[in-house]
Design a protein around this ligand. Structure first.
Ligand code: ASP
Ligand code: MG
Length: 314
């Protein structure tokens, strides 16, 4: 049930009385700075986000449609900049964007603690990179950002998250196959509750991801991609991988997933003409990263004007 006007005003009142919001915004600002500084020092170029486009990430799960009609053209509201990232790396080899995403999730996600129907991810991509290189960059970025927060705001530990540590490099890795053997079907939450530092979940099964993550040519049932799983039950915080760029293969992958090629004509034309090149990258959810570092119950506590699935927002 949609919450009404008084709840929305209550939300604003809580900004004024609950110091968690003030603290979370300080931490978030510092985390973003840490991520940006790491990528900037590695030669990345920050590009501006795309909000409306004829094409966007189809996502691997159903959300309500979000699009606008403008002079006869239908523009989707960005679910992720993945397809634009693949084109952007043709201009600058290493790019990132602090990208607002709208995913109109179903109301059952309200209490997951991890979902907002509008959120921000730092979405990065590198031309010609391997999965390992992307994971390495993100380990540096996460370690630097957390260290940065803890040196500036040491109260984060005592006041909010006493068990928080600066993770050590390299982060451990586990394949989805191993995780299923160990934790069963709910492997993502099983893994997350079992670990005390972030762990990479790799080799995601072919049909569990969108068409753009690269199929491993040597093991065709898995993808050369990854999620980062935060410890202590905070769950998934990053998705990424190597990308498909060849026309025939993209079409094959779209058909396997039931994605209609007709909706992606411009993108497919670029692939057909050989314009798309190999790349790899990922996106880190900013509200989820903040929630984990702060040790909070729900991402709604990490930003102003949070839009929780199924609730009416200000
Ligand atoms: N940004 C992610 C990626 O680079 C996709 C996502 O948003 O889930 O793979
Ligand atoms: Mg994901």
């Amino acid at each position: 049930m949609m919450k009404g006007c008084s709840d929305r005003l209550e939300m604003v009142r809580s900004y004024l009385v609950d110091e968690t919001y003030r603290d979370a915004l300080l931490v978030q600002s510092e985390l973003l700075k840490g991520l940006r500084e790491t990528l900037d020092a590695k030669g990345f170029v920050e590009i501006l986000p795309v909000i409306l486009s004829p094409i966007t990430d189809p996502l691997n799960h159903e959300v309500f449609d979000a699009s606008v009609e403008y002079y006869g053209q239908n523009y989707a509201v960005t679910k992720s900049m993945i397809l634009h990232k693949q084109i952007s790396v043709l201009v600058h080899e290493k790019i990132y964007s602090v990208s607002p995403n709208v995913r109109l999730e179903t109301a059952d996600k309200a209490d997951s603690g991890r979902h907002l129907f509008e959120f921000v991810q730092l979405d990065m991509e590198v031309a010609g990179a391997s999965r390992d290189e992307i994971m390495d960059v993100m380990e540096d970025a996460i370690i630097y950002a957390i260290r940065n927060v803890l040196s500036k705001y040491p109260w984060v530990k005592e006041k909010y998250h006493p068990t928080l540590k600066v993770p050590a490099k390299p982060f451990k890795r586990i394949t989805v196959k191993e995780a299923v053997e160990k934790y069963g079907e709910a492997f993502e939450s099983g893994l997350s509750k079992d670990i005390d530092e972030p762990v990479w979940l790799i080799d995601i099964p072919l049909l569990n991801r969108e068409f753009y993550d690269k199929q491993d040519p040597e093991r065709p049932d898995v993808l050369l991609d990854f999620d980062l799983i935060y410890p202590e039950g905070f769950g998934e915080g990053i998705s990424g991988g190597e990308r498909e760029h060849e026309y025939e293969q993209i079409i094959r992958r779209m058909k396997l997933k039931g994605t209609s090629p007709e909706e992606y004509t411009d993108y497919l034309e670029l692939a057909k003409q050989g314009v798309l090149k190999p790349s790899a990258g990922c996106g880190i959810g900013i509200e989820r990263f903040t929630r984990y570092v702060m040790g909070l119950e729900h991402v709604r506590q990490t930003r102003l004007f949070a839009k929780v699935p199924g609730e009416s927002a200000l």
